[in-house]
Design a protein around this ligand. Structure first.
Ligand code: PMT
Length: 400
């Protein structure tokens, strides 16, 4: 189940280092390639030879003791890792990571890695409860590190409380969940719209808004990961196209409507996370508009409302809209869900801190056509994407 997966296992210095041996062996049984990096103090608890025998790979310890490896190793291991696990993760390594300290092979490798990082914490209960440690853990969580909290029980030092590293089987389960994500959207086609539209006034000026596309791209990325065929119809953004997603670039709201209609027949689901401009200039000036009078009046005409158009022809497709509001969030969103014939509307107060345009997080209420409201607390847009997709997946399931 983990064939062709490169797992870098960082072992830091705690008594739970012995459990990392079982973890290595479990990962090997699932056919993963396991590369172990030990901190200096970890090798006081378990010898590198143990991990070498279990992983069948050279174990990396001190970066300065093995120059033939370290020159490339901390970068190459970071690059080749599909996932990094630190188990056990002591207060020391957590503190280093939270503060950007890279002074040994493990911290250096983690710092250079782009892969998901799982941290299985293990330490004395009083250390675990220490406010600095807790602050570091919370900070790492907010950066997307996956923290596995310790179990409660009798600790090696004799104290009783939270601090014991979880069973290696729990860590393996987490790794499987991350590396083999569910494919519940396989066979389904999604259209996701994202980003702003731009409505040109002349060759150098345009009307637009603050959308960066982050929300829509997160949904497209997760839908593709979960097996869907995804058409991402995107206004101008600086984001990279998520893996496995077909991106279609547009500028104006009318262009967005045309492209959505082009792929509409194939779609099972349309998610309208874009912020299309409601108005466009009545006239486009072929030449740059010259500076003349004190006031310049620009006449605007209403753009088509794409969601309204889709709502009229949606059949049994699932249509999800967003509502970007600055006041009366629920009331306004409920009006839109009806007017646009949506199955769900994801309402965000774009004035709230941590929500709306440009942020990596959002705070939303997901409202369904029957008026049920799911209050979602602040979370990363990438995680919110999964919550929205879970609802759609359930609804698709009900229909088959
Ligand atoms: O891109 P980010 O920086 O990550 O920001 C995310 C976001 C704030 C853009 C996103 O979370 C969001 O709220 N998107 C909807 C923005 C918007 O246009 O909201 P609205 O309330 O004006 O429109 C309601 C719905 O109708 C939306 O689904 C919108 O895509 C759709 N619409 C609007 C106008 C129009 N002419 N055609 C449409 O289809």
């Amino acid at each position: 189940m983990l064939k062709n997966k490169n797992i870098v296992l960082g072992v830091s210095g705690g008594i739970a280092a012995y459990k990392a041996c079982e973890l290595t062996s479990r990962l090997k049984k699932l056919n993963a390639n396991v590369e172990v990096i030990m901190t200096k103090s970890a090798s006081e608890f378990v010898t590198p030879l143990t991990f070498q025998s279990l992983s069948l790979n050279q174990v990396v310890t001190d970066m300065f003791e093995a120059p033939k490896y370290w020159e490339i190793e901390h970068i190459s291991l970071a690059q080749k890792a599909d996932i990094l696990i630190i188990a056990p993760a002591t207060a020391n390594i957590i503190g280093k990571l939270a503060n950007g300290i890279a002074d040994d092979m493990l911290s250096t490798t983690v710092m250079a890695a782009k892969a998901p990082i799982v941290i299985a914490t293990a330490m004395n209960v009083n250390m675990y409860e220490n406010v600095i440690v807790q602050k570091n853990i919370e900070y790492l969580k907010s950066l997307g590190y996956i923290i596995i909290e310790p179990d409660e029980g009798r600790l090696a030092c004799g104290d009783i409380g939270k601090g014991r590293m979880v069973d290696p089987a729990v860590i393996v389960e987490k790794v499987l969940e991350i590396l083999n994500p569910k494919k519940d959207l396989e066979g389904k086609t999604f259209i996701v719209t994202a980003g702003p539209t731009v409505e040109a006034l002349d060759p150098v000026r345009f009307i637009t808004n603050h959308s960066t596309g982050k929300m829509g791209y997160a949904i497209a990325e997760k839908a593709a990961k979960r097996g869907a065929k995804v058409y991402l119809i995107s206004g101008p953004t600086s984001l990279n196209t998520p893996l496995g997603v077909e991106r279609i670039n547009i500028n104006s709201t009318s262009e967005m409507l045309n492209k959505v209609l082009k792929y509409f027949d194939q779609a099972d689901v349309v998610i309208k996370s874009a912020a299309p401009s409601d108005y466009a200039p009545v006239e486009y000036s072929e030449q740059k508009i010259k500076k003349k009078d004190e006031e310049l009046v620009i006449r605007l005409k209403k753009n088509p409302d794409i969601a309204v158009e889709l709502g009229k022809i949606k059949g049994n497709k699932i249509l999800v809209g967003f509502a970007a509001e600055t006041n009366d969030l629920v009331e306004n969103a409920v009006i839109k869900i009806k007017k646009k014939n949506l199955d769900y509307i994801v309402a965000n107060d774009v004035k709230a801190e941590g929500a709306g345009f440009g942020t990596d997080t959002n705070i939303v209420k997901i409202i369904d056509a029957a008026g049920n409201i799911d209050d979602i607390p602040i979370m990363k847009k990438i995680d919110l994407a999964d919550i929205i997709l879970d609802k759609i997946s359930n609804k698709l399931g009900e229909r088959t």
